[in-house]
Each structure stands twice: as C-alpha cells, then as structure tokens.
Write a protein of this length. Structure first.
Lengths: 287, 367
C-alpha cells in the first residue's frame, strides 16, 4: 500500500522524471516516425505535404503483403513452440521437481544462459549450427547422420531453432510465477472431488495459469516481431521479416518506407497486446 | 493385506497406520474404528499427526505401513479420486476461477452425471445451504462464512461415506464459530455421513464429537466418548491438554482396597486405582483432579488436602478461576461457579481438598 495519494503534489513530482523521459524518448520519436511516414514529395523537409500515398504504395505490393503474412506466421510458430515448451519446463520445475536442491540447480541451469544478451546469444548460434558446428559434430558423433546438415545455418530452420532457444524463458517465466501462486490445496481439493490428475490439470491448473501463458505469449510475440538480429546473423541474407525490411529500407535511404514499415510493425504489436488484454487483465495478475 | 476380516458396518477403519518423513515420525501406530454415521474428532496440539492421519484417509498421503478401510473396503493404495470421501480444507480451497454454482457442481461433473441433473441438484443444495443468491459469484466476492458454506456444499453434494474436515472453522471469525458448529452437528446427524473433524480446540472436539481421539507425538493417547475422556483422562498428557485439570506427580506407596497412596512433594494423597493394576511401590506416576472438584475448607472426612496461597483470580462469567501456589512451586487451579459470591482474594491462605473419588490415576508413562 502506498502512502502517497493519487493526484497529490508528491505523486506528480515522483511521476515527472519518468514521464519526461517517456515523452522525449518514446512518444516524440514515435510521433516523428508517424509524421515521416505520411510525407509526400521527395525531399527531406518539414514542408512536405501529408498523404497516405506511402501506405497505399506499400500495401498494394503483393510481395510486401506476403512478407507481413510470413512474419506473422513465423511469430505464431515460435509462440506455439515456446509456449508449449515453456509450459512444460515451468510445470516440470515447479510441480514435478520436489527436492528444493534439484529445483534450484535446474532452475539456474535454465535461467543463467538468459543472463547473456540476446545479441550475443543470437550470434553464438552461428558456430553452433554451422557445417562444422557443434550440432553437426554431435549428430555425426553419435552416428545419427553421416554428412553435416547444411540447412541448420542460414535457413529458416536455423532461425527458428535460435529463436525458440532465445525466447522460451519469456514464455516460461510468467507460467512459473502463476504455478507457484496456486495453493497445493486446490489440486488436493479437486482430487478429493473425484477428479483424476489429467482433469485436475485441465480444469484447475490450466485455467489458473492462463494469465501467465498469455503474458508469456505477448512477450514472445513482441520479441519475435522485433527480432531482426537473429534473422540476419543466423539466417544470413537469405531471409527477411518485417524487422529486416525496416533495416533494408533504412540502408537504402528510403526514409518514408522505413517509417511506413515501422508504423505498421507498431500497429501489429499494439493489436497483439490489445487482443491479449481482452483475454486476460494483466493488471489483475498477482493480486 | 488386512489382518482381520473387514467389518462392513464400519465407515472407516485404520489399522496400525504409520507415516514418517525422513527421520520425523508423523503418525505412529494409529488404529481407529468409526462406526456408521459417527462424528469423530481428532484432537491434539499442532504437529501431533492429526492432520497427517486425516490426509492418509483422504489418500493425499500414503502411509508407510498399516491398512485403511473405507466402508469395509481396503483402499490403502487407492488415489483420492477413487475413495468414497470428501474433504473440507482449512482455508476452504475454493477454485478462484469458478462461480459458486460451478464449484458446487464440480463433484457431480466428475461423476459424469447428466447436465440437467447436475443443475437441479446444485440448485437444491445451494438452497439448502442458504447460498442460492451467491450462485454466480466467485470466491473472491464471498465473506469467510459464505466461503465456508460453499466449501461444505461442494464437499457434501456427492454424498460421500465420510467427510474429512481439517480445522474447518479455524479460519472463521470467532463469533461465527459457534453457530457454524451447531449447524454442522445438525447436518451430520441429518445426513448420516461420518464426519472426521481435525481440531486443536477442545471445546469443538468435546461439544461435537461422538468419539474423541486425543493425539500427541504421532500417537493416540486416548480415545472414547467426550465425557469419558473429560472425566477420566488416561495419561498425564491428556489431563494436561484438557483445560481445568490439576496434574500431580508423585511416587506410588502402599495400596489397599483399590486405593493407592501417592507420595508427592506436596504431601500424601489417596487415589482410587479403578481398573488399573497397583504399581510397584516407588514407581513414578501421575494423577489429576479437575479444578471444579476441589472443595474449599474441606471437612474432617476429606483426607486429600493442601494448604495454598491464592495468586490470581480470573473471572470468566460462567466460572471463576483461582490460581493458587503451594509448597515447592506447586500450582493448583480451582474453579468455582461464576454466580457464587467470591470466597477468596489474591494473597489469601486457604485449605483445599478433594473427595477421594475425584482423583484420576493415569497410566504409567510406559504403558
């Protein structure tokens, strides 16, 4: 409980630094990007007329529409895989591992790799997935394959493997939190009401962890949509998603198109978060 | 395998249940028989094994040894969802994401009853428990007393053979407890379902139970009808745990005509042996005398007597309790009806005694 009252001078002054920062570092740049995306003309000038032509041009190009669809498909696939794996890991760690020592050890083994920055972990997948990489050598070592598999690196498969490994923790963490907040008595109460374990999971545990699943999915959704690093490093230059398109337009000095794709990407993200909020009230989680 | 023949008339039978967690023995050789429709209270201090015993009956814990029979059927290895029981948890364990109606119908849903039948039955039960108006609420919108009713309705709707209750009114406001206790007792009588009620509150146990089981250190110290346990505690623990007993320690002296002389630091007292064998002279033993059976200024015929100094007088309304101190730090409690005029004040020197048959000899520590 806060002792500071809403709308009091103290509350105003406390909110000011963060508010200023958000206005200058987030709101203003976003408004600028939206503005630039509406520029007509050909020069870089504040006097450009305002028009929706850029959007019309982008959205009438079938290739770009496919790219949007492909980006969403990739995101949905990573969300599904990390969601499932993340839930399994969370359930295993919190419910199945009963010894506190083992739980801590496994939990650390799961979490510590994520202390490294996403960029470094993405780059680290290159030597792991390469032709002479660790994965190929291991598979040949145990005799599963005879020749190294080329398709691991610079391919959609490689990007997906890397992204799954990068973002599983995001899907898992909120579920761990929700699972931990379920009193054991609920499970026991359901069992004494004649519910076998699978029904207990389906009717009690899953619904109660749903907010955790949704929050995890939102995090994965936002991260995969924004991820251009993994796509460039692990995917080489063979593949592009929306995030990479922004970079490509930017490097090609097409400032209007850069802004258009940025705005579209932001709208997609906002739409995703809005849908998630309709399913579960994130503000209520933990109360 | 059960040793003896299963008795079908019993709702529950525990045969030599043992449960340990590592080095800690939680339940040690607990045996219990619960007849049809009995109200049994497991009473004891926290950590005495009463809750673990209850959880063994529910199937939430598996005993290391011993047999559990429900309705004459051996269920020791069966999971909770295959046992003919229901359970009420201390904090009610309501499902936060289900409405009251859904919650109460959950057990019937698990029994795969037709939807229409569930709806009718839920409506009936909600009405019977006077919670029909709460049907669409969620647990977070309920008060403690309402939660308790919902939890009870949820457990009772499947009409189990036994209802297990783990401190079921411990989470309620004090003012609510007595009403709820009376209601539960009436409900138990009406339904004919056996109740096994775990509590550390002796008032609950003695006013509700047909059969009271006092546990300590993982073992049953004594079981029997409430008045029997109250008037004839069998061990020093039971006597001490039940309020209002004065427990004396001493050594056995001579015994004659069923009366044992006990030598204590405060003097020599005569205690009836009743059904106990006379201990060898010099054996350490304990006996107790209830605080309300002491007599002020006892007549010449009363041989058991003590001179004490009154230390405190506490008035409880129904009775007045005096705490008195004797030689060698002996503490004696003396209770008097609250309506009687006060007869002693703090600091007074008084003589208290008790009729010979008021003394209750306990079993030896090893027995």
């Amino acid at each position: 409980m806060s002792t500071i009252r809403i709308r009091s001078p103290a509350a105003f002054w406390l909110a000011l630094p963060a508010g200023l920062w958000m206005a200058l570092a987030v709101v203003l740049p976003v408004l600028l990007i939206v503005w630039v995306s509406l520029w007509g003309g050909t020069t870089v000038s504040p006097d450009n007329p305002i028009t929706f032509d850029n959007y019309r041009r982008f959205l009438s190009n079938e290739n770009y529409l496919w790219l949007i669809g492909d980006t969403l498909l990739q995101t949905a696939m990573i969300m599904a895989i990390t969601g499932f794996m993340g839930y399994c890991i969370a359930y295993f760690l919190t419910v199945k591992v009963t010894s506190p020592g083992w739980r801590l050890a496994l939990f650390l083994a799961f979490v510590i790799p994520f202390w490294t920055s996403t960029l470094i972990r993405a780059i680290a997948f290159v030597p792991f997935l390469g032709v002479n990489g660790l994965l190929n050598q291991a598979l040949m070592g145990i005799g599963l394959i005879e020749r190294p598999i080329q398709a691991f690196l610079y391919s959609r498969l490689g990007i997906s493997m890397a992204q799954v490994s990068l973002y599983t923790l995001l899907a898992s963490g909120p579920v761990v939190y929700m699972l931990n907040s379920i009193p054991p008595a609920l499970r026991e109460a359901a069992m004494t009401l004649k519910a076998p374990p699978i029904i207990v999971f389906w009717r009690i545990i899953l619904p109660l962890t749903l907010p955790g699943i949704i929050i995890g999915q939102v995090l994965v959704f936002l991260n995969v949509l924004a991820d251009f690093i993994t796509v460039t490093t692990v995917g080489g230059n063979k593949l592009a998603f929306l995030g990479n398109l922004i970079l490509l337009f930017y490097e090609g000095s097409q400032i209007r198109m850069t802004a258009v794709v940025s705005v579209l990407l932001m709208l997609l993200m906002l739409a995703g978060v809005a849908i998630a909020l309709r399913i579960v009230d994130i503000r209520k989680v933990g109360s | 395998m059960p040793e003896g023949p299963a008795i079908a008339q019993l709702d529950l039978e525990l045969r030599h249940i043992r449960k340990r967690y590592g080095d800690f023995v939680a339940v040690n050789d607990v045996s219990l028989q619960v007849g049809k429709g009995q109200f049994v209270c497991l009473l004891g201090p926290s950590g005495c094994g009463k809750t673990t015993t209850l959880r063994c009956v529910a199937g939430l814990e598996e005993p290391d040894a011993g047999d559990i029979l429900i309705g004459g059927k051996e269920v020791t290895g069966e999971p909770p969802w295959k046992r003919d029981i229901a359970m009420m948890f201390q904090d009610f364990a309501l499902f936060p994401h289900m409405t009251v109606a859904r919650q109460v119908g959950f057990g019937l849903e698990m029994l795969k009853k037709p939807k229409a039948q569930i709806a009718t039955r839920v409506a009936e039960v909600l009405k019977a428990f006077e919670i029909a108006h709460l049907a669409e609420r969620r647990p977070s919108q309920l008060s403690g007393g309402q939660k308790q009713r919902v939890a009870l309705a949820r457990a009772m709707i499947t009409e189990p053979r036994i209802l297990l209750l783990d401190e079921p009114i411990g989470a309620l406001d004090y003012s609510l407890r007595e009403t709820v206790m009376l209601e539960l007792k009436a409900l138990q009588k009406r339904s004919g379902i056996s109740f096994i009620w775990v509590t550390h509150d002796q008032n609950e146990a003695f006013s509700l139970g047909d059969h009271v089981v006092v546990m300590n250190h993982a073992k049953i110290e004594q079981q029997g009808a409430p008045d029997e346990v109250l008037s004839r505690p069998r061990t020093a623990f039971v006597a001490g745990f039940i309020q209002g007993n004065n427990v004396f320690e001493g050594r056995a002296g001579a015994s004659r005509d069923g009366v044992l002389e006990v030598v204590t630091a405060a003097g020599l007292f005569r205690v009836p042996l009743l059904d106990l064998a006379a201990p060898a002279a010099g054996d350490a033993l304990t006996f107790s005398v209830r605080a309300e059976r002491l007599i002020e200024n006892p007549g010449e015929s009363i041989l058991n007597r003590l001179t004490l100094r009154c230390v405190t007088v506490e008035y409880f309304g129904a009775f007045r309790r005096h705490v008195l101190e004797g030689a060698g730090g002996l503490i004696v409690k003396y209770d008097q009806f609250g309506a009687l005029p006060p007869s002693m004040r703090e600091g007074d020197e008084v003589t208290l005694g008790w009729a010979q048959d008021s003394g209750v000899l306990h079993r030896g520590p090893s027995a």
